[in-house]
Design a protein around this ligand. Sequence first.
Ligand SMILES: Cc1cc2nc3c(=O)[nH]c(=O)nc-3n(C[C@H](O)[C@H](O)[C@H](O)COP(=O)(O)OP(=O)(O)OC[C@H]3O[C@@H](n4cnc5c(N)ncnc54)[C@H](O)[C@@H]3O)c2cc1C
Length: 326
Amino acid sequence: MKIVIVGRGILGSSLYHLLRRKGHEVKVIESGERRVFPSLIHSLLLKDRDIELARMSLDFYREFSVPMKEFISITLGKVDSEILNSWERAGVEIREEHVSWLKANGIVARGGDRLVYISRLISSVPFVRGKAKIDLLKEKVYLDGKEIHADKYLVVAGPWNPCLLGVKTKSYYCWATLVASGVKELGNHFIYDYEKGFYSRPLLGLGTGIAIVGDGRAIESPPGRRIPVDENEVLDRARERLGSLHPLYTAGEFCEGTPDMRPAYGPMTDKILYAGGLDGYGAEVGPGLAKLVVEFIETGEKIKEYFLDRFTGVTDFTVGREPHEI
Ligand SMILES: Cc1cc2nc3c(=O)[nH]c(=O)nc-3n(C[C@H](O)[C@H](O)[C@H](O)COP(=O)(O)OP(=O)(O)OC[C@H]3O[C@@H](n4cnc5c(N)ncnc54)[C@H](O)[C@@H]3O)c2cc1C
């Protein structure tokens, strides 16, 4: 099959590799609007079927040799025992213990969290530069005014999707701050603090006190419109747990949220298929969702929890909490 992918993000890049391996002829169009972070969190510490998607993503990274580095994570705050059981079923080793450097009891997890060097995946994908235009009524895709012919078009343009298609998703701004701290453990642990309301993850994992701190809050905003933020609002909460933190650099980007803040895929027309809504956890569930898309193209199998038609009748919604917030 001749397939055109619009968007070379996590989803577009995963689809490219999966479809090529199945012998399809694949072309990727990328406009260059998105800034790519070198590494992102991959965590199995999610909820419900998202854990399985995250597992499928992990398998994808292993199959396609995408570099990863594993870290111990500490979750603070009350977590439902059913959720803890599902983490264990996913192969994560969990122990509740006192963490002296945090002066608190936490759930210490091994095998659940990784940094995945996502820019390596994305830069391995060849692409044609340009902004694709999609005509849903005529089922056609254009680049620089010229029609691009294909049997299927996969529109995976992230938060720019709503502008392209009027799909039931919204764009939001999400940001985090690079900090320096005297707590050297921050450089080689993940923290999910649901009591104070922040997360922290190592920048590189070199065991220094350099980490990235955020709270994954979703601020509705059209893609491209950056919102001025006050990093101390989040850092003050993190300081209550970690002591002094010096902000070095704050950066944000745009994410795509759906009415239930879960990923979605499904046909827009016979030839044009949409996938997206990866929110703030695209490296966790993106390649897993790409596998579902490929399965749908080849066999027609639909996974109802993620299928786009679950939003039929939704006319508006407010972007909710990020799905990582258990
Ligand atoms: C501060 C921050 C921290 C984050 N941290 C994490 C993390 O640690 N772990 C994690 O899993 N996730 C994290 N995320 C979320 C993650 O970045 C997203 O979920 C993911 O990037 C979404 O991937 P995507 O492929 O759906 O879309 P995108 O990455 O947005 O890719 C879409 C691509 O389509 C292109 N495009 C748009 N319109 C067109 C067009 N008309 N023609 C051609 N190309 C087009 C864009 O330029 C873009 O490259 C974070 C996000 C932010 C903002």
